[in-house]
Design a protein around this ligand. Structure first.
Ligand code: GLC
Length: 408
């Protein structure tokens, strides 16, 4: 549970021009965001590019060079460097577990989501960008989703990511955060980044299958992100691959066929699981043939579709547990869970399964007309969210508040 120094939610009247950088799991996105004081009127100009795979397992210098070069190129392309004496404020969306002593600072605790870059853990992930522009805030993607969504929808109770990783943010009272030493009044609201992908790292609660154990053992950080490794998009395709190989080894699936190509870790994308649950049987059969490069019968296709649904259903039900835990702890009985991420947005059955499980845990009336807590599509957390947090922070600084803000 990480404090974010985002004190409260936006009013919707925040204004200003901000640059944001989003270091996600797959892409790097740079945006110029203009907030005009009206949630319906936001201008976003953006440039996104795929992170070269070598960056994810390289060293710190390559990562920061790539980031600062991309930022510089963007600024040049939008003529934001030449004639401006004042440096534009920058919001940095950093979707990894960072402990924040200040809002414009974040010490990376550990890489997650398969990243393994030397020389960043334990250091300030915001340091490099601080020199490039006027860094105002480092924001987790869940915090960004929460704030960007609340900017438009006051019913937002939680910002969640169900994508490559799995995590959520909510608003706590400062007085309930026992680890925080501050003079802020106890009823001051503060967004908390739960980092619950790391739930049950001690392996006391969740029953793990042998496939979960393999995923963990083979990952760059064994023993970490236990909950995430069972529920997030990065891992669902990999669980499927391991089960298929195991059944094949036992002679129960695709007997006599050559599945050597499938030995490559992370060869199967979670998108395959979506297709297997969405497409008609013959299309699924063709898709499997194409992915596995072997002959596939209709009954084997049915088996694969069943496996895909079991894996995705477990993932969706686990995702609802994290949200249910927040709702129970905070006594939240209604509202909107603003969710982003490929699993939430692209898996055809995720939302339905997630909602069903949430109703079971929170014991909603079976005859209800509608669900009291619903999943909504989060607004752009890493662009607009990071910009709104930066606007709120600058306003706070302007008002003379120094809590969670470094001396300038
Ligand atoms: C991982 C990261 C977390 C992020 C989540 C979703 O769990 O540790 O910071 O919010 O993925 O992207």
């Amino acid at each position: 549970m990480n404090v974010t120094w985002v004190l409260g939610l936006p009013s919707g009247h925040e204004i200003g021009e901000f640059v944001t950088v989003d270091l996600g799991g797959t892409n790097l996105r740079v945006c110029l965001v203009r907030l005009k004081g009206q949630p319906e009127e936001i201008d976003v100009k953006q440039h996104a590019c795929r992170l070269p795979p070598t960056i994810k397992t390289g060293d710190a210098r390559a990562l920061w060079n790539f980031l600062t070069d991309s930022l510089e190129e963007f600024l040049k392309a939008h003529q934001l460097t030449a004639n401006r004496k004042d440096r534009l404020p920058l919001g940095f969306c950093f979707s990894y577990p960072a402990s924040q002593e200040y809002i414009d600072h974040g010490k990376l605790k550990t890489w997650t989501k398969g990243f393994d870059i030397d020389g960043v853990e334990g250091g300030d992930a915001a340091a490099q960008l601080r020199n490039a522009l006027e860094l105002v805030a480092l924001v987790n993607d869940t915090t960004g989703a929460m704030v960007a969504s609340a900017y438009k929808d006051p019913k937002t109770i939680i910002g969640a990511i169900f994508g490559t990783g799995c995590n959520a943010a909510y608003v706590e009272n400062v007085g309930s955060i026992s680890k925080l030493q501050t003079n802020l009044p106890p009823d001051t609201p503060m967004v908390i980044n739960c980092e619950y992908g790391a739930f049950d790292n001690a392996h006391c609660v969740l029953p793990r299958t042998k496939y979960d154990l393999i995923i963990d053992k083979e990952s760059p950080r064994p023993g970490e992100q236990s909950f995430e490794k069972m529920s997030a998009g990065l891992y669902l395709g990999e669980i499927f691959r391991l089960i298929i190989l195991d059944l094949h080894d036992k002679g129960l699936l695709f007997p006599g066929q050559d599945l050597t190509d499938l030995n490559e870790p992370y060869k199967l994308d979670t998108g395959l699981l979506s297709d297997l649950e969405d497409d008609p049987l013959d299309a699924c059969c063709a898709r499997l043939k194409e992915c596995l490069g072997i002959h596939v019968t209709l009954s084997e296709t049915k088996m694969a579709c069943f496996l895909a649904s079991v894996i995705a259903n477990r993932g969706a039900r686990l995702c609802s547990c994290g949200i249910a835990a927040i709702c129970r702890m905070k006594n939240i009985t209604s509202g909107h869970v603003a969710a982003d991420g490929t699993v939430a947005n692209k898996h055809p059955k995720f939302k339905e399964r997630w909602a069903k499980a949430l109703g079971e845990i929170l014991r909603w009336d079976k005859d209800r007309r509608e669900d009291p807590i619903i999943i909504t599509s989060a607004e752009d957390g890493s662009g607009v969210g990071a910009a709104v947090v930066s606007a709120m922070t600058l306003y706070r600084i302007h008002q003379g508040s120094t809590d969670g803000v470094q001396e300038r």
